[in-house]
Design a protein around this ligand. Structure first.
Ligand code: HEC
Ligand code: HEC
Length: 161
């Protein structure tokens, strides 16, 4: 009798713990409803949206809060909010990237109607930074500048360099 009571209590505790864990895990249960999609397909599965967001953040070397605002009252991220101008810029960037792939690289569309990023994506330009460099690096000549002798152009690089 004692033992079975103890077991029941233990089982109950574990049950409650499992529920608590499930409630605190965002991935469990129905995915959040997407409220404010203007460039991504409205019927995009949440998992795919989440993956795109991860790749955007990684491509720019930023965190979610670079584009997304926090709700001051609840102190939680408000992903549907358009308060940050970077979010709107990202929409333009997505449209531009789609256009480049479609128009200049004849990319196909996927089953959701998104132009596939088969040739150019955010990383192509951003390379892990929010502000891609437009300054062309100086050509590297040896120390002391171009080789003496006045040959107009530097010798071609040796094969394999
Ligand atoms: C470079 C900017 C940028 C970064 C970084 C970014 N997002 Fe987004 N996110 C957007 C844009 C733009 C949209 C809206 C897309 C549209 O209009 O179709 C969006 C939409 C969303 C939505 C849908 C909100 C709704 O209900 O409409 C969620 C959720 C989301 N992002 C989560 C994240 C998470 C989590 C991260 C970090 C891993 C992240 N985002 C990083 C730009 C960004
Ligand atoms: C063809 C090159 C190119 C591609 C592709 C590209 N970007 Fe950009 N992006 C730029 C340039 C250039 C800037 C301006 C940087 C600056 O102002 O210093 C920029 C700026 C931005 C900014 C604004 C940064 C800020 O500080 O306000 C965001 C956000 C952004 N890009 C997101 C994206 C996302 C998301 C993608 C992919 C969907 C993308 N970009 C694809 C070239 C590109």
């Amino acid at each position: 009798m004692m033992i079975s009571k103890k077991l029941a209590i233990t089982a109950g505790l574990f049950g409650a713990m499992a529920l608590g864990i499930a409630a605190s895990m965002p991935q469990q249960g129905p995915p959040p409803k997407l409220q404010n999609l203007k460039v991504l397909p409205k019927n995009i599965p949440f998992k795919q949206l989440d993956h795109i967001m991860d790749t955007w953040a990684a491509s720019l070397g930023v965190h979610c809060n670079f584009c997304h605002a926090r709700n001051e009252q609840t102190n939680k991220m408000d992903f549907a909010s358009d308060a940050k101008p970077e979010k709107e810029t990202a929409r333009h960037m997505f449209a531009m990237t789609s256009k480049i792939n479609k128009k200049f690289f004849k990319a196909e569309k996927d089953s959701l109607g998104m132009v596939m990023e088969s040739s150019v994506n955010c990383y192509t330009c951003h390379h892990g930074t929010a502000h891609p460099e437009i300054k062309i690096p100086e050509r590297q000549h040896g120390p002391g500048g171009p080789p003496p002798g006045g040959a107009g152009s530097p010798p071609p690089p040796a094969p394999g360099q």
